[in-house]
Design a protein around this ligand. Structure first.
Ligand SMILES: Cc1ncc(COP(=O)(O)O)c(C=O)c1O
Length: 458
């Protein structure tokens, strides 16, 4: 193992060097992937020196999500103390299902959950768990809501047509989860949004009323704190009134921007969160931990247990349910995702996490201001969002983003809202500074002026 630690350290240097020298790795066309890299698996193994060469090649060609040229997704950057926690978790290799095999790591996870419940304004009777990602956190919320509506579903399966509600701008996992949990995609009602991409509560009410009249059983509403494309926040207070009226479970999907609970400046964006039944937040997005670190909490501790516990004599042999976390998780064997968030939180404090979140909004404002001040740009997103959606000189967003990628200039993606397609730049990497944001725009401008003839206007 000592040799491998030394090798790891050398490879870390290779990663850091590649990030600096070539922040956007030269993409390998999929048709050439296996010709360019030795990815084969063979009967005989190889010596360390050969392995090192291959690993360095793979590292060189792998997209660098921690670089300052990565704006493509809703994660990015690298925070040392969080990475440290994850590396320790890998070496310790505990499974979080029992206190017997995870010991104090259970206490760490429970502390993270308790502190998040507290920030969400949840009562002392709340609880939660960590899921493999925001999609699965949403699924766990949906399962709790389904079982809460009818306690016999866990044993009998679905007997009625149950319907759920989410905005057109919400994440695709809501529909996918409806298919996975027996609810059915056709029982997902997409609620219209206003011009800023926020759910229209009147439409929600109409859809529910119609379903009740038609004999369906509404049970679940998903509100989004930071929609995937525009970064819009649904009005939780207004939605919770509708949920109360019809006795529906309210989940707040904060995978993208639920991290605002750490910020005194921005927590107003999730006003009313304490009125929700469950809330999920991805620390691997706004809080900058490595993938994946998704937290789901609920005000219904009993429901979490009811929906996810299962007796297993061969597993639960010591300690009570409170410390055997497998009784409230989706998986059986489960990696320790809490430690990276705890290490970060412990080292920078809640105030440090607040700074991490605020910085992203500050950088987003710099980007929006730049766009507003330059007439060749059109802005499509709004204040209080870290998604900056724009077009440049009317160039088709798809074409521009693809050309920037193929030429190793920038990794940035595109999105759509209503009839507009645009570049979506995300300021989620907390290490970005004003000069990095300006460099992003300068790169686009120089690239377009050099390649303009090859790009078509939309
Ligand atoms: C609003 C929202 N919910 C859920 C998810 C899914 O999270 P994950 O990728 O961790 O499954 C995303 C991902 O971008 C998201 O934007």
């Amino acid at each position: 193992m000592q040799n491998d630690i030394a090798l790891f350290s050398e490879l870390c240097d290779a990663i850091f060097e590649a990030e600096t020298n070539q922040p956007v790795a030269k993409p390998i066309p999929t048709s050439e992937l296996y010709q360019q890299l030795d990815l084969s698996l063979n009967n005989d193994g190889i010596i360390d020196d050969e392995l090192k060469i291959i690993l360095k090649d793979v590292i060189k060609s792998t997209p660098k999500t921690a670089s300052k040229s990565f704006f493509n997704q809703l994660f990015g950057g690298r925070i040392g103390k969080a990475a440290l926690g994850d590396l320790i978790a890998v070496l310790l290799n505990n499974s979080m299902y029992t206190y017997k095999v995870a010991g104090p790591q259970v206490g760490i996870e429970k502390q993270v959950l308790k502190s998040i419940c507290h920030l969400a304004g949840y009562s002392n009777d709340s609880d939660g768990t960590l899921a493999p990602g925001g999609s699965i956190s949403n699924m766990m919320a949906l399962i709790m809501a389904r079982d809460h509506k009818n306690k016999s579903i866990r044993a009998e399966g679905l007997l009625n047509s149950m319907t759920l509600y989410t905005s057109r701008e919400s994440h695709y996992s809501i529909s996918k989860n409806a298919a996975l949990t027996g609810i059915g995609r056709n029982h997902v009602r997409l609620v219209n949004t206003n011009a800023k991409g926020e759910m229209l509560t009147e439409h929600l009410d109409e859809l529910i009323k119609k379903d009740i009249n038609d004999g369906y059983k509404p049970f679940f509403v998903n509100a989004t704190a930071g929609t995937t494309v525009l970064g819009a926040f649904d009005d939780i207070v207004a939605i919770s009134k509708v949920c109360k009226k019809y006795k529906l479970w309210l989940h707040v999907d904060g995978a993208y921007c639920g991290g605002v609970i750490f910020s005194n400046l921005y927590k107003h964006l999730v006003n009313g969160l304490e009125l929700s039944d469950s809330f999920s937040v991805n620390a691997h997005k706004m809080l900058g931990t490595p993938l994946s670190c998704s937290v789901i909490v609920t005000q219904h501790r009993e429901q979490l247990h009811h929906s996810f516990s299962n007796e297993a004599d061969y597993l639960y042999q010591t300690d009570g349910d409170d410390y055997n976390l497998g009784k409230t998780s989706l998986q059986c064997g489960r990696r320790n995702d809490a430690l990276k968030l705890w290490t970060l939180w412990k080292s920078v404090g809640t105030k440090g996490l607040e700074k991490i979140v605020d910085k992203q909004f500050e950088m987003a404002k710099i980007a929006r201001d730049y766009i507003n001040e330059h007439k060749d740009y059109t802005l499509y997103s709004f204040n209080d969002s870290i998604s900056i959606c724009f077009n440049y000189k009317g160039i088709t967003a798809n074409e521009l983003c693809t050309a920037l990628y193929e030429n190793s200039e920038l990794l940035v993606g595109f999105g759509k809202f209503e009839e507009n397609e645009f570049v979506r730049m995300v300021t989620i990497n907390t290490e970005l500074e004003k000069e990095d944001i300006l460099a992003f725009f300068k790169t686009i401008e120089s690239f377009v002026s050099a390649h303009l003839l090859n790009l078509s206007a939309s």
